[in-house]
Design a protein around this ligand. Structure first.
Ligand code: SF4
Length: 356
């Protein structure tokens, strides 16, 4: 059942997931002239109002995705007519124009902040906010952790050489409540990358243990989400959320819009998804049996890598299972929750499909 509507305010809205928010033919207009940029990139005010009305009628929560550039005031006035969540690039945090009135400053507290690399995140001093997304590529993530030494033995975190300050620049005093790590090129993982990623997860685990011992509970999606879940909690694009793009049409998610996939309806004629069942968990033969409950189960990555929206790639499954297993070990070591994640002997559910 549809619950969320993502509204891309501009052709150059930030990306908050695996996809790059650019068109291959660069049809978003880069211009220093605010009026020219706004006219050529922003969703029209009529479509914005119609999108809000659509969400109100369907009882959907709205998530607005912003461009890096400042929106004209008349757009902000329309946006403020409805409760919503904002998704913005971290540069807006330091942009005085983005703050404006007291009302806007309060609204910024409920923003999901996007950093396009670990470097951007650590330089942003974003740790005074609540929720941050760090989009990084595989090589940046692995090399960030290569610099952090850690003896992976039977050690408690106090005895390790894993200073939490070195992990994404956070420390025990952070007021951040949640970090979402998004690995942009997850489909390029090799066997040696899997081995290295396992060590990355161990280091995050040791640093988080130290933070928890200080009485602070910070969530890092790739380690803590699985611990807190008892059933599947995936992205669910095409099932519980859809995207309204600046062209006034609906898409399965922003990635489908930016990669030139067909729209699934528009504001005039409504939603029309072909084979809508394929986006539902019960029609994903591997995922419906899986217990990597935190997995994004990204239908866009599925389509990109296997040509089927309901069939995941080997890489997506193995990365999710390494995270699942790291969550299991974290639970066993810290006993932070009274629950258990069972031991399994596979990393890709495809390998055990016959048992299901
Ligand atoms: S790990 Fe693989 S099978 Fe399991 S939910 Fe994720 S994509 Fe589906």
């Amino acid at each position: 059942m549809l619950q969320y509507l993502v509204i891309l305010l501009s052709k150059d809205s930030v990306s908050y997931c695996h996809y790059d928010a650019r068109f291959s033919d660069s049809n978003a207009v880069n211009s220093d002239k605010q009026t020219e940029w706004a006219e050529n990139n922003l969703i029209s005010k009529e479509d914005l109002k119609a999108g809000i009305l659509f969400a109100m009628k369907e009882n959907l929560n709205i998530q607005f995705v912003y461009p890096k550039k400042e929106l004209p005031q008349d757009y902000k006035d329309i946006i403020h007519t409805i409760d919503h969540t904002d998704i913005r690039h971290i540069s807006a945090k330091t942009n005085p124009a983005a703050k404006g009135s007291d009302q806007t400053e309060v609204l910024l507290q409920d923003t999901v902040w996007i950093a396009d690399s670990i470097k951007e995140f650590t330089q942003s001093n974003l740790t005074d906010k609540k929720v941050a997304v760090i989009r990084c590529d595989k090589e940046e993530l692995l090399s960030h952790f290569r610099k952090i030494s850690c003896e992976e033995t039977e050690i408690s975190c106090e005895e390790t050489a894993v200073p939490c300050e070195e992990i994404f620049g956070i420390n025990e005093k952070t007021s951040l409540e949640r970090i979402n790590i998004v690995i942009k090129d997850i489909d390029t993982f090799t066997d040696s990358d899997f081995t290295e990623y396992k060590s990355v997860l161990s280091k995050i685990s040791l640093a988080l243990e130290r933070i928890y011992k200080q009485g602070k509970f910070l969530q890092i999606n790739i380690l803590t989400d699985r611990i807190m879940l008892d059933k599947m909690n995936n992205c669910n694009a095409g099932d519980n959320n859809l995207t309204l793009a600046p062209d006034g049409r609906f898409y399965i998610c922003p990635a489908f819009y930016y990669s030139g996939e067909e729209a699934v309806g528009d504001l005039q004629t409504g939603i029309d998804i072909k084979n809508p069942q394929l986006y539902r968990l019960e029609y994903a033969p591997l995922c419906r049996e899986c217990d990597s409950y935190h997995c994004k189960r990204c239908v866009w990555l599925n389509k990109k890598t296997t040509l089927e929206v309901n069939t995941p790639s080997h890489e997506q499954c193995v990365v999710s299972h390494l995270e699942r297993n790291a969550s299991r070990e974290f639970l066993l070591r810290t006993k932070i929750f009274d629950k258990e994640i069972k031991e399994i002997d596979y990393l890709d559910p495809f390998d055990v499909r016959k048992q299901w």
